[in-house]
Design a protein around this ligand. Sequence first.
Ligand code: OFO
Length: 173
Amino acid sequence: MLQKSIEQALNNQIRIEAESSQIYLSMACWAEVQGLEGVAQFMYKQSDEERQHMLKLVKYVNERGSHAKITELKAPKTTFGTFKEMFEELYKHELFVSNSINELVHITLGEKDYSTHNFLQWYVAEQIEEEAQAKTILDKINLIGEDRGGLYLFDRDIQQIVVTSSISLNQNI
Ligand code: OFO
């Protein structure tokens, strides 16, 4: 059974992963109605991945004899200005999640819970990948600037990331 402080911290992370899934789902919907099909597919995929991250935590908490609590979520924004602003938000959100995972890891060390510490290493690695991916996408967007043709090609190219991340999601979960 997990210590109460660990259970609470993991439940907090469950909520954050669920909110991440909702945020990316909302971004997917916005991109889709803007006609950015590739960006929408990327965001739908991100949303699915975040739900998997949440479920992995839920299973861990319940398997350790504690109780994963599913709570109310903060509603995400529904519009995002420009697609560049949307990806900036995605990047900022990933930095926030990385910070939250680091905090969690810190708590497990303080409580000498080495099993949970070990379990969380998957999330540490995942955040490194997601931050790097978001940064690469932002760099590309900055290169495109206001060029409509560039946006068209970007929307097509980002579908390749969807395919690659689907493969690695299936390998990791
Ligand atoms: Fe849950 O992986 Fe990023 O946020």
